[in-house]
Design a protein around this ligand. Structure first.
Ligand code: COA
Ligand code: AMP
Length: 270
C-alpha cells in the first residue's frame, strides 16, 4: 500500500520583530486544515497580541522520513536548585561530557548564550570535551525542526505523561525535540532549561540515559535559558549535523517509558 503524503506544517507568531510562539507538526493532507486552526488558536491565545502570524506548509519527501522510538523519561527528585545542578553534572559526566564543557554550558545558559548576551533563537553546539562553541551563528544558534509524534505514539505518550502528572505541553514537545536531537550520530548529550522566567524545569538527554527531567535548573523570575547540544567533535560532520537537525523529518513512531519520580540513587540507567 502506498504511504500517505506527509507535510511539515509550521506556525510562528511575532510582534515588533520579537518571537512570541511557534509550533510544528508533520501531518497528512486531510488533517492540515484542522492543525492550521489549532495553530492559529495557539498564536492568539498568548497574553500578547501577535502583529504577525506565519503559517508554512511544505511537502515532505517520503524516503527522507526517519522513524524512531521516543526517549524514556525519568523525573529526578532533588531538594533544591543546587542539588538539581549537581545531578546534571553527574548525568552529563556519565554521558561523556567533560567538566570544562559542563561548566561552560552552565555559564552560557545563566548569562544568556547569544553573542550579545541575550537568549538565542536556537541551540548552542558545543564540543563535548572542551565546551568550544561550534554553531556557525552564535546569535541565532541551530533549531531542531520537522519532528512529530505519530498519532499512535501521541495518544500513548499523552496517557503516560498524564498518569505521572506531566501535563504541561512543554514536556511533550521538549521530549519530541530531545528525541530527534539524541538520534544525531555525533550527539553525546543535550542540556536545556527554558528562557521563560516562570518555568524553572529542565532536562538532560541522551540516547542512553533518555530524557531526564529536573524540576529546578534556575531561580524563578530568571529570563535566560537555552539549549546546549554536546557533540563528539572528531566525529562531527557539522554540515550533515545541521541538515539533520533542521531539515530531516523525524516521526516518533512509538512512545518510550515514563518512570515515576525517583532520587538519583534509586535510578539505574542502562
Ligand atoms: N525562537 C526565536 N525566533 C524564532 C524561532 C524560535 N523558536 N523560530 C523562528 N523564529 C524567528 C526567527 O527570527 C527566524 O529567523 P532566523 O532563522 O534567522 O532565526 C524566523 O522566525 C524564521 O524562522 P524559520 O525557522 O524559517 O521559521 P518556520 O516558519 O520554519 O517556523 C518554528 C519554525 C517556529 C515552527 C520552530 O522554530 C519551532 O519553534 N518549532 C517548535 C519546536 C518545538 O516544539 N520546540 C519545543 C520547545 S520545548
Ligand atoms: P523553550 O524551551 O521554548 O523556552 O526554549 C529555550 C531555548 O531553547 C530558546 O531560548 C532557544 O535558545 C532554544 N530553542 C528553542 N526552540 C528550539 C529548537 N527548535 N531547537 C533548538 N533550540 C531551540
Amino acid at each position: 500500500m502506498k504511504e500517505p503524503l506527509l507535510y511539515s506544517i509550521r506556525m510562528r507568531a511575532s510582534a515588533n520583530g520579537r518571537h512570541l510562539s511557534g509550533a510544528e507538526r508533520l501531518a497528512e493532507r486531510p488533517d492540515l486544515a484542522g492543525v492550521a486552526r489549532t495553530f492559529i488558536e495557539r498564536a492568539l491565545s498568548k497574553g500578547a497580541t501577535p502583529a504577525k502570524v506565519v503559517l508554512t506548509i511544505d511537502e515532505i519527501e517520503p524516503s527522507e522520513i526517519r522513524r524512531v522510538r521516543a526517549l524514556d523519561l525519568t523525573s529526578l527528585q532533588a531538594a533544591d536548585l543546587g542539588e538539581c545542578r549537581e545531578q546534571v553534572r553527574k548525568l552529563l559526566a556519565d554521558a561523556g561530557v567533560g567538566p570544562q564543557a559542563v561548566e561552560a554550558a552552565f555559564h552560557n545558559l545563566d548569562a544568556g548564550p547569544s553573542q550579545s548576551g541575550g537568549n538565542m533563537r536556537g541551540a548552542m553546539i558545543m564540543d563535548a570535551a572542551t565546551g568550544d562553541r561550534l554553531e556557525p551563528d552564535r546569535e541565532r544558534g541551530v533549531r531542531a525542526s520537522r519532528f512529530d509524534w505519530s498519532d499512535g505514539a501521541a495518544s500513548e505518550i499523552d496517557r503516560e505523561l498524564g498518569r505521572h502528572g506531566l501535563t504541561h505541553f512543554r514536556t511533550r514537545e521538549a521530549l519530541a525535540l530531545a528525541t530527534k536531537v539524541a538520534h544525531a550520530p555525533e550527539m553525546v548529550a543535550e542540556l536545556c532549561w527554558s528562557d521563560d522566567p516562570d518555568y524553572t524545569a529542565g532536562y538532560v538527554a541522551s540516547r542512553r540515559i533518555g530524557y531526564v527531567r529536573l524540576s529546578r535548573l534556575k531561580q524563578e523570575g530568571v529570563p535566560t535559558g537555552g539549549r546546549a547540544f554536546f557533540v563528539r567533535r572528531d566525529a562531527c560532520d557539522l554540515e550533515g549535523l545541521l541538515r539533520y537537525l533542521q531539515e530531516v523529518p523525524v516521526l516518533i513512531a512509538a512512545a518510550g517509558l515514563v518512570r515515576p519520580a525517583a532520587s538519583i540513587e534509586e535510578v539505574s540507567f542502562p
